[in-house]
Design a protein. Sequence first.
Length: 305
Amino acid sequence: MGLESVGKRHGFLMVNTRILQQRLGWRAEDGDTPPPGATAAHRPVLQGRVEPVQRGVAARGNRRGAAEDLWAQLPVIEPVLARLAGRGRVPAFDRASETGAAMDRLRTQLTRVLAEKGWRRIGITSATRGAGRSFVATALAVSLARLETLRILLVDADFEAPGLADLLGIEAPGAMDAVLGGTAPPESALLRVGTSLALAFSNAPVPQATERLLAPDAILSMRALIDCVAPDVVIHDLPPLIDDTLTQALLPQLDAVLLVADGTRTTARDILACERLLEGQVPMLGVILNKSEDKTPRDAPRRRV
């Protein structure tokens, strides 16, 4: 897995767009807009989210204090964070691996931006399935958790096709459908790894998740799931942006998005399509160019929209 983020645009993390164009093979046609480096800036219009900046440090401290007991009571699947990298069907992403080192570099940039903006809810998505977004989301969450001064929550937000638990070789604790419906407590979907990483996984799809996540009660339930452990950073493993309406329903609940591009299959036209879908809704922090040799998409049904 390779990560090249030497370029910046509008203060957000970006890969070098010249390299991105070479890797993805920009193919211009009549009437097309320029390559990604020349597109318009994103407007940080965030619909329907709670502003963490307005709450202040004291409010966050109160939430952390109330969440201490719950955090300590979460089922621990691995007492040591490094052991998570050896589970399931994912390549190594521990500190000594190439991926781990790349994610640690991204972590440095990301934490700086989050501190400057007061953000904490980050979505990881891709244009289509198979780009490695779930792997990137997990590796980034683990990298952040290695700091040990932050508490990280990794959410499998691909509610209609949850797969992170299977990818990591973990048994999900329950159904997210019950949590979103208010018939199960938020903590029933949570597990813990070490002292600084919590996982929100589901053992079954959420029927009609897009429609459910447009309802205020489900949004409040999802926020309660997040707030009950008072994480410093939340990483959402989202469905793909193109041809999947669920991600569009979740965008107002995020502070920013990172886009994962597969250097072997994603095209520059795909990147532009994603930028247009995000425009005016949520800032795009940047593009992670994933050169994974694993070209098999995560097992999940192709949704019909």
